[in-house]
Structures are given as C-alpha cells and as structure tokens.
Design a protein around this ligand. Structure first.
Ligand code: FAD
Length: 325
C-alpha cells in the first residue's frame, strides 16, 4: 500500500482517545503492507499534539492550519485532504466515526472517486485492506475490501473498537504544516450548542449508567447521576427518555443513537429492545436492573437484578461509595 493516513481533529485543544485507537488500526495496516502512517491533525492545539502522535505510531505528522472560520471547517478540511491525497495517493484514509467525519468523508470520497466505509470496528491486510463493520444493528458481520488494491478507501473508525496505541520511548515523527486554502462555506453556521459536562464522553466511556422509561421522569436521572458520579461513569438513555424530554438527545444509546462499548453498561428500567441492544452489544459486561423478571434485557445481560430501580440504584450507589472511598 502507498500510505495509511489518519485524519484527526482536536477537541478542546486535546486529542480524543479515539485518535490513539485509530493509530493502532493504521499501524496494523501499515505494518502488514510495508506502508507509512501519516497523521493529519487540525484544530486548537494541533501543533502540540504532534509529539504524542509520533510516540504512538505516526511516521510523519502534518499540522493542517485552517482559516478559523468554524462554518468553513468541514469544507476546508475536506479540500485540504482532497488536494494532498490527489498529490500523494494514499491507499487508506482513516477518520473517527462521528458527526464530523460523516460530513467530511462522503464529500472527500466523491472528490477523490474513493469508496467510503463507515463505522469500522476492525481492520486487516490480505493483499488489500479489509474493513470489518456490523451493519443491520449488528446482526451481521460484514468484511469489505476495495476491488482494486490500489484504489483509495476512506474509512471511519468506531470509538473504542481498538486498543489505544501506547507511547514508545524514543519514537518520533517528522512534523510539517500545511496551510489549507480558505473555502467559502456552503452553509452558514449560526450557532454552536456545546453541552458543558464534566462527564466523560458517552461514546468513549469505560462505564455507562443508562436509564429508560422505567425512570418515570427527568428526576429519575438524578438517581442515576449519583451512581455515575461514584463510578466516574457517563450517562446514557433509551429513546423514550429522549422522546419524553427527560434528557437531551445526545444521551440516546441504540440504533438511532450512539453506539457504546464500555467495560460496564448498567441498564436501569430498560426493557432490552433490539434497537437499544444494537447500541450496547460491544459492552464487556451488561448489568440490568428491572422490576419485571420477564424483561427481555435479562436474556442478554451478564448480571441481572430483579428490583425496583428506585430502591436498588441508591443501595448500589452506597455500596460502591463505601468500596471505592
Ligand atoms: P420500555 O420498553 O417501556 O421498558 C421500560 C422498562 O422499565 C420495562 O422493562 C419495565 O419493566 C421497567 N421498569 C419500569 N419501572 C421500573 C422500576 N421502577 N424499576 C425497574 N424497572 C422498571 N430505542 C432506543 O433505546 N435506542 C434507539 O436508538 C432506538 N431506535 C429506534 C429506531 C426505530 C426505527 C424504532 C422503531 C425504535 C427505536 N427505539 C430505540 C425504540 C425501541 O423500539 C424501544 O421502544 C425502546 O428502546 C424502549 O425503551 P425502554 O426500554 O426505556 O422502555
């Protein structure tokens, strides 16, 4: 392969953990094919992140300097990567799966006549790069490879699907900058609503405490938040909790919400619909708290507690607090 590229955006001045997970995926492809890994990074603090990228597996790092106009950011990133890829012809470009990549990747693929594979959970190299994904709510495992080995594939990597690359002492990467040409945005960004939360990001959380219709109202989430605080967990929710307006839509887990892959997923007052389970099937352990012993979720949970969540969750919170403090 001619090159494996990783496109990374900083978040509040720092690299997200998915950046290092993507380096693991990129290194696997590059090592198996004798290619080089080049990381492209943009956003606040991009220059400062270059050292860590080199230590964790990038052979070279390009800091992409943008105009600063947030409306134009996806267009500028897409144009910059398209220009560089047309010149340097990488075989694979990896982006983190999420809202940003979903707006950038299709445009980029169209510009470069490349294919786009979304939500990749595994990669391998078998004469060509092979990408694994779980479509149809995870009911099938799909492995896709380009028909032409030299064709470019753009793939978005699901957070938490790979182990994060670890720093290697003495490992460095050459760092350069690329000034992206200003691009007139096709849309005008009118407002950015950024949820200010001390909690870990739901998609990247190691522990998630999630609530469903069984919470009976917005105040039910206060009971869950106490447990989440003790465990350092993210909060999640089933769709009815969002539809009822009990919690913001960013917390929705499932087929039409976020996909999570924590070590521990605690589902409280959630029945276990196929659409909800589609978003949590990669969890290592699922604990279900439900007052209905026949609830579907018990068939898939590793541990089940048949109880009223308003009694069980505070008890669990107290037990965990005693254990951890
Ligand atoms: P319910 O199914 O009503 O279950 C509530 C549970 O709480 C019950 O099992 C009950 O026994 C238990 N309970 C009640 N009171 C208590 C108590 N005091 N203590 C303990 N347990 C209690 N859903 C999602 O979650 N995510 C999605 O992304 C999603 N996408 C969808 C996409 C489509 C196209 C469609 C059609 C549906 C989608 N849904 C999604 C909705 C999904 O089908 C279910 O309706 C939903 O997941 C059910 O949510 P729930 O488990 O919270 O509610």
């Amino acid at each position: 392969m001619s090159g494996v590229w990783v496109g990374l955006e900083t978040n509040n001045g720092e690299l997200r953990s998915v950046a290092f997970e993507m380096l693991t995926a990129a290194r696997r492809l590059a090592d198996a094919s004798g290619a080089q890994v080049c990381a492209f990074v943009w956003g606040e603090g991009a220059q400062d992140s270059a050292k860590a990228l080199g230590e964790c597996g990038a052979d070279s790092v390009v800091v992409v300097e943008l105009s600063g106009d947030a409306s134009a950011r996806p267009a500028e990133v897409s144009a910059a990567l398209a220009q560089l890829a047309a010149e340097q012809k990488p075989s694979v470009v990896l982006l983190a799966d999420g809202a940003f990549s979903r707006s950038v990747a299709p445009a980029l693929a169209q510009k470069l006549s490349a294919s786009f594979v979304a939500d990749v959970i595994d990669v391998a190299f078998d004469e060509k790069p092979v990408f694994t994904r779980l479509p149809y709510s995870g009911k099938v495992i799909e492995r896709v490879a380009p028909t032409d080995a030299s064709a470019l594939t753009i793939a978005s990597i699901r957070p938490k699907a790979f182990e994060a690359a670890q720093p290697e002492e003495g490992r460095t990467a050459g760092v350069s900058t690329f000034a992206a040409s200003p691009v007139a945005a096709a849309r005008v960004l009118q407002d950015v609503v950024r949820a200010v939360s001390e909690r870990v990001d739901l998609s990247e959380a190691d522990v998630v405490v999630s609530g469903g219709r069984g919470l009976k109202g917005p105040e039910g989430f206060k009971v869950l938040e106490e447990l989440a605080d003790v465990l350092g967990a993210a909060i999640g929710a089933s769709r009815p909790a969002i539809d009822e307006g009990w919690i913001d839509a960013q917390y929705q887990v499932g087929q039409t919400g976020k996909t999570v892959a924590p070590s521990l997923y605690i589902a409280c007052g959630i029945s276990g619909s196929i659409q909800h389970m589609a978003g949590i099937s990669a969890s290592k352990y699922i604990v279900a708290i439900n007052k209905d012993p026949e609830a579907e979720i018990f068939a898939q949970a590793d541990y089940g507690i048949v109880a009223d969540l308003f009694e069980a969750v505070p008890l669990l919170t107290q037990q965990m607090r005693d254990m951890l403090q």
